[in-house]
Ligand binder design. Structure first.
Ligand code: HEC
Ligand code: HEC
Ligand code: HEC
Length: 468
């Protein structure tokens, strides 16, 4: 039971909620990387981890027991609500203690810690009003921001950014990733090969059209035999930077993902790799090329490996925003730059973080308000990550989509219901950020989002910009 770990430290005189928690947990494991080397931010991390344990963990971890006074009517609801909402926003034990032994704190958590510190929102005011000792001091804040900067520099280094912008939550894309050119050539052929589908009518490119910024610009994708699923096709551009693939993260990486669509009955509808390979192996030229790269010849694993290698080339650098990050002061207009600042201020960058502005965490689509009740017409895909993990706590959680080339990848959201960027931004404000965004700010954020269109292999990413 976790109860023993919460010491009721003091009961302040102000109000009935005079409670203060301290988490008497074990020392966090030494911050040592898998290779055994001490991480450069170790001392700073330990300092923050200790503070988090004392002042924050009460509302941000699972398995707590409510203290006795929580049974007093009225108080129980307030405390429970803070526990529930705090934990839904972020599981700090998972990020600070379980990961301390080696894994890195995610970029998204770093950005969230930065946001609550800069905006001084944590712990919530109604809590600190009565729990003085849980207040975060100026020194605590300094320690958090110091660690944020050190952790970014150590684990998510940004050599491409001009020095004063290296600590931004959003960073420039690399120009390219290392690949094997021979595998890329093969992967490209397979990505465009309709024989991966049961009736030879549909290739990967049919739903991920590079002339449409790697999407189909439809609400729901059309599979073989005119069948439709109930989830929007995300872009394949920059998918390589995702922590996992698919909206619910059910594929660990690009190669594993390739094993999905060919055998999805409403996508490409093939039976198994054998059925696909029976067709491909009749193609002598392709078989020869394939054996040249993969000595063991046609196998499902090799096909997945080749397509994934091709997808690693789907990196789209040199957007105007990236140019600004790299130090080109004239790359953005004043409105676009204000739009970026608003994007950060409205917490967007807490989730849309890193080089691809997303893909780094799973988040509740109904974090701040019940999106699904307001939208109506339930879809099977609404379950989100729960569909994969089976865990109730993952209901309505989705992998954060990346926002690169976003003006071209419409319509938006897993349900494809947002048909303009203005809509998507408004919905995000209400349901994910918990702030209503006035139209003037919305316009500026949209102007910023339109600066995220980059280049693929030296040419501007192709596609039709979303309507106003
Ligand atoms: C009394 C319970 C409580 C305590 C104590 C508390 N939090 Fe929170 N925390 C919440 C709630 C509720 C939310 C969600 C509402 C919000 O974001 O304001 C939240 C949200 C957050 C978020 C997510 C913000 C985002 O942008 O998604 C972070 C990060 C966070 N808290 C950090 C902290 C830190 C650091 C401390 C300690 C200094 C702390 N919290 C202490 C209740 C708490
Ligand atoms: C019938 C249309 C269709 C075809 C054909 C198709 N996809 Fe997809 N693709 C989708 C949809 C829809 C999703 C989202 C499904 C989900 O998340 O459950 C998706 C998701 C993906 C993702 C995950 C992106 C992310 O950000 O999570 C990648 C990568 C991808 N597809 C690559 C491929 C490859 C490679 C092929 C060929 C082997 C392929 N797709 C064939 C429709 C299609
Ligand atoms: C708490 C995390 C979180 C915050 C904060 C957040 N987003 Fe999102 N964003 C998501 C998730 C998750 C989705 C996908 C949800 C879905 O489709 O069900 C998403 C989807 C989007 C999309 C659609 C992308 C696509 O390809 O379909 C846009 C655009 C977007 N967000 C912009 C913003 C902006 C602008 C803000 C700030 C006002 C913001 N987001 C705040 C997590 C977040």
């Amino acid at each position: 039971m976790r109860m023993s770990k919460f010491l009721v430290g003091a009961v302040a005189g102000i109000g009935a909620l005079g409670i203060w928690f301290s988490v008497n947990a074990a020392e966090p494991g030494a911050a040592v990387s898998a290779s055994g080397a001490a991480r450069p931010d170790t001392a700073k991390f330990s300092k923050v981890a200790e503070m988090v344990r004392d002042k924050c963990m009460a509302c941000h971890t699972r398995g707590y027991d409510l203290p006795f006074y929580a049974s007093i009517p009225g108080i129980k609801q307030i405390i429970e609500q803070d526990y529930t909402d705090g934990l839904r926003a972020l599981n700090l034990r998972e990020e600070f203690e379980e990961k301390a032994a080696g894994a890195l704190v995610s970029e998204s958590t770093i950005a969230k810690m930065e946001w609550v510190t800069v905006n001084e929102t944590m712990p919530p005011a109604k809590f600190t009003a009565v729990h003085w000792s849980a207040r975060v001091s100026a020194k605590d804040r300094e320690a958090i921001l110091d660690w944020v900067k050190a952790a970014r520099a150590a684990h998510y280094p940004q050599p491409l950014s001009v020095a004063p912008r290296r600590n931004e939550p959003v960073q420039p894309l690399p120009d390219a990733l290392p690949v094997s050119p021979a595998k890329v050539d093969l992967g490209k052929k397979l990505f465009n090969d309709k024989r991966l589908s049961v009736d030879d009518t549909l290739a990967c490119a049919g739903c991920h059209d590079l002339q449409k910024a790697g999407t189909d610009n439809r609400r729901f994708a059309e599979g073989v035999r005119a069948q439709f699923g109930d989830i929007n096709a995300p872009t394949v551009f920059n998918a390589v930077f995702n922590i996992s693939q698919f909206w619910n993260g059910r594929a660990a990486d690009l190669a594993e993902q390739v094993g999905g669509p060919p055998f999805n009955p409403i996508e490409m509808g093939s039976k198994d790799w054998k059925q696909v390979i029976d067709k491909l192996s009749k193609d002598e030229a392709l078989t020869k090329e394939f054996a040249g790269v993969y000595p063991d010849g046609w196998t499902g694993d090799n096909i997945m490996n080749a397509v994934a290698e091709y997808e690693k080339t789907f990196v789209t650098p040199n957007s105007r925003f990236d140019k600004w990050l790299k130090g080109d002061e004239g790359a953005l207009t004043a409105d676009e730059l204000t739009g970026y600042r608003r994007f950060v201020a409205y917490r967007c960058s807490s989730c849309h973080v890193g080089v691809s502005l997303g893909g780094k965490s799973y988040e509740y689509m109904d974090l701040k308000k019940d999106y699904f009740a307001d939208r109506g017409n339930p879809l099977g895909s609404d379950a989100g990550r729960k569909d994969f993990t089976g865990k109730e706590e993952d209901l309505h959680k989705f992998k954060v989509p990346n926002l690169r080339n976003i003006e071209l990848t419409w319509p938006y959201l897993h349900d494809g219901t947002a048909t303009t960027l203005r809509d998507a931004v408004r919905i995000m404000g209400t349901y994910l950020s918990g702030m209503d965004i006035p139209p003037a700010d919305n316009d500026k954020i949209v102007a910023f989002l339109r600066t995220l269109t980059g280049e693929y292999q030296g040419k501007k990413v192709e596609g039709r910009p979303v309507a106003e």
